[in-house]
Write a protein that binds this ligand. Structure first.
Ligand SMILES: [Fe+2]
Length: 262
């Protein structure tokens, strides 16, 4: 059991109520937790927008505190990574691009000439080259590098120190349906961030990630974020789906962000 405390301004009762409901839902999904709201007086001269922004930060912190404590060597795992509002925005974008995913044999890791991945992809940096702000994913992903996450990551792995000095990133979404997988490989960047999305109830089996050098398996859960040094060897086991569920976006999405320094 744990508690989430939200400091809420009195003037924003409607916003506070929505936030509490949001956090309570997340808490129930995790089978835990009470939610406490502490009301604080609104400071004079503070604009509504500022209050909303502050509350937004508090919600993020509250939701992060609901994370499970999965211990994976050198890897930061955060469950319930995106808030319900952010998830809604991201689903909107994924649904919009559903027909744009294509089988990509060249953009993945290779063994000689043999592609190690069997999956479909879209490359967000290409799609939104001139209008990044139009992408909900490319808007929300900045929270990956929050101060709190950087600190937590650096506690988990000494390599984490170098995430803070990265200054370039690449973003893509991979989509796995029946028979898709990704054989053992490492990513040719400094740090890798994966965020898994799928429609619930889950319509596939498999799709879990294994860090092959330690044998640690990370179960594919919706809205679970993994951040790890790209040199760690990893693989994704085969996704299995029944025929009636194919072609509808009911498989396994992996929002992928790579960070490096140029
Ligand atoms: Fe990878």
């Amino acid at each position: 059991m744990g508690a989430v405390v939200l400091m809420a301004a009195q003037a924003q009762e409607e916003v506070v109520r929505e936030i509490v409901e949001e956090v309570e839902l997340m808490a129930r999904n995790q089978g835990q937790m009470e939610v406490m709201v502490e009301q604080t007086p609104v400071q004079e001269g503070v604009e509504d927008q500022e209050i909303q922004a502050q509350l937004g930060v508090q919600v993020d912190q509250a939701l992060s505190s609901l994370n499970t404590n999965i211990k994976i060597t050198d890897c930061l795992v955060i469950d319930n990574f995106y808030s319900p509002k952010e998830q809604k925005d991201i689903w909107e974008e994924l649904d919009y691009h559903l027909d744009s995913f294509y089988l990509d044999k060249k953009g993945c890791a290779q063994d000689g000439d043999i592609p190690l991945a069997n999956l479909s992809r879209i490359y967000l940096d290409e799609i939104y080259r001139n209008n990044r702000a139009d992408s909900n994913i490319l808007t929300h992903y900045s929270k990956i590098l929050s101060k709190r996450n950087l600190e937590k990551y650096a506690e988990i792995t000494p390599s984490g120190r170098t995430l803070e000095v990265t200054n370039i990133d690449w973003s893509q979404v991979s989509y796995y349906e029946d028979g898709n997988n990704y054989a053992e490989h490492f990513d040719q960047f400094m740090h890798s961030c994966l965020i898994w999305f799928f429609r619930e109830p889950k319509k596939f089996t498999g799709g879990n990630l294994t860090f092959t050098e330690t044998g640690e398996v990370v179960t594919c859960k919706h809205n679970r974020m993994l951040l790890f040094p790209s040199y760690l060897m990893h693989k994704v086991d085969t996704v299995n789906m029944v025929e009636k569920d194919l072609g509808q976006g009911l498989g396994r999405y992996c929002l992928t962000h790579f960070f490096s320094r140029k």
